[in-house]
Design a protein around this ligand. Structure first.
Ligand code: UD1
Ligand code: UDP
Length: 370
């Protein structure tokens, strides 16, 4: 069976790593052709993940780069179509909700190639997010809907997408959980990020308390008021306890554009970091502040309190089980959210709504058997 896998953005490399490893170790009957759209291209947003997670070099690199949604998706669509014409795969595999996801799904859908969507069924019910449009359309085009949670299966059911009648809709668990289980032991051994940031004194066990923050959602970074208000909260928090903020290039660009760097003197802003370094920083943080989908889940898996810098989340289980608070973007609410989250140490430790770390195997089983 020939599968074309389409990736392009940072979280997709981490998700694809889990599948690719499973293909290589146990599914030799699958020929996987890896297509990288080039949506992310800086070394620290792209190649570092291929190197560290030992993902094979993509068979095709489309070099699409940044652009408006229409342009970026359109160029990807044209180039992916050409590859599908040449490769004639049995399935096209897409992940998550980026423009690369939608382009892969559209190209395959128009060519009648069955689409497998990993991380299907997530909804924020906020159509102002480009991701919500991408995931809605991809789900409706897909034949295989690999859901990470029961909630995702229910969300699809509400839209009439159910198992049966030519569709496979299954809760297989979360491939990012597969990745975190596999890579966190490696991260413990290999990462020296705590020492590099001066949070752990070498040869001592004294770990400084710190918060980890990430910020990149367009709805936050591209609204100067929201961006200022979030940075203000991080700056206030950073006066008491260090706040480490690995900066997404989008956020860096907007901070520079709005000349906000003068208001961030108590935030330790660093370049984007590798996945292994990220896992170590997440695991040891007092709490995590983020608008990232993946980071909310990783905080949950490490049972580290999370303060989400959004009004809603697709990962409702993390809130339901008491590990995540939705704080929005107002300075006071974020600070209050941190106090609330850190005090509640903490809710249920026994729930596993994201599967058992074998999502990739389940996906490949379903793909090869049906
Ligand atoms: C994209 C996804 C988002 C995902 C995120 C993961 C869409 C619509 N959004 O958002 O769902 O959560 O990736 O990180 O697909 N840039 C660089 N270097 C890079 C990549 C980006 O400088 O390697 C800058 C460019 O100025 C670019 C901006 O970041 O215009 C935004 O990049 P883009 O890929 O369009 O969206 P993300 O915000 O990264
Ligand atoms: N991540 C990383 N380095 C960073 C920031 C994030 O390795 O500097 C990882 C993070 O651990 C998670 C994934 O990237 O696995 C999340 O990606 P991102 O926040 O870019 O996108 P989202 O999940 O919101 O789509």
């Amino acid at each position: 069976m020939k599968i074309v896998t389409v990736v392009g953005a940072r979280p997709q490399f981490i998700k694809a790593a889990a599948i690719t490893r499973a293909v290589q170790t146990n599914y030799q009957q699958i020929q996987e052709i890896l297509v990288h759209t080039g949506q992310h291209y800086d070394y620290l947003m792209d190649r570092i993940f291929f190197e560290e997670l030992e993902i094979p070099k993509p068979n095709y690199h489309l070099g699409v780069g940044s652009g408006s949604h229409g342009k970026q998706t359109g160029v990807m669509l044209e180039r992916i179509e050409a590859i599908l014409q040449k490769e004639k795969p049995d399935r096209v595999l897409v992940f998550g909700d980026t423009n690369s996801t939608l382009a892969g799904a559209l190209a395959a859908g128009k060519m009648h190639i069955p689409i497998a969507h990993v991380e299907a069924g997530l909804r924020s019910y906020n159509r102002r997010m480009p991701e919500e449009i991408n995931r809605l359309l991809t789900d409706h085009l897909s034949t295989y809907l690999f859901c990470p949670t029961d909630q995702a299966v229910q969300n699809l059911s509400k839209e009439g997408i159910r198992n049966g009648k030519g569709k496979i809709v299954k809760n297989v668990g979360d491939v990012m959980y597969d990745s975190i289980l596999y890579y966190s032991t490696i991260a413990e051994k290999k990462s020296a990020i705590l020492e590099e940031l001066g949070l752990l004194i070498p040869d001592s066990s004294h770990l400084t308390d710190y918060y980890l923050a990430t910020l990149h959602r367009a709805e936050n970074t591209d609204d100067p008021q929201k961006l200022r208000s979030i940075l203000k909260a991080l700056n206030v928090i950073g006066e008491e306890v260090p706040v480490i903020l690995p900066l997404h290039p989008r956020t860096k660009k907007m901070i520079d554009f709005h000349r906000l760097s003068g208001e961030t003197q108590h935030i330790k802003m660093i370049d984007p970091i590798s996945y292994l370094n990220m896992l170590v920083l997440e695991k040891n943080a007092r709490a995590v502040l983020t608008d990232s989908g993946g980071v909310q889940k990783e905080a949950y898996w490490f049972r580290v309190p999370c303060i989400t810098l959004r009004e809603e989340t697709e990962w409702v289980e993390t809130v339901r089980w008491g590990w995540n608070v939705l704080a929005g973007t107002e300075t006071e609410r974020i600070i209050e959210g941190v106090n609330q989250a850190v005090k509640k140490q903490h809710a249920s430790k026994t729930t596993h709504p994201f599967g058992n770390g074998k999502a990739s195997w389940k996906i490949l089983n379903l793909l090869t058997k049906h």
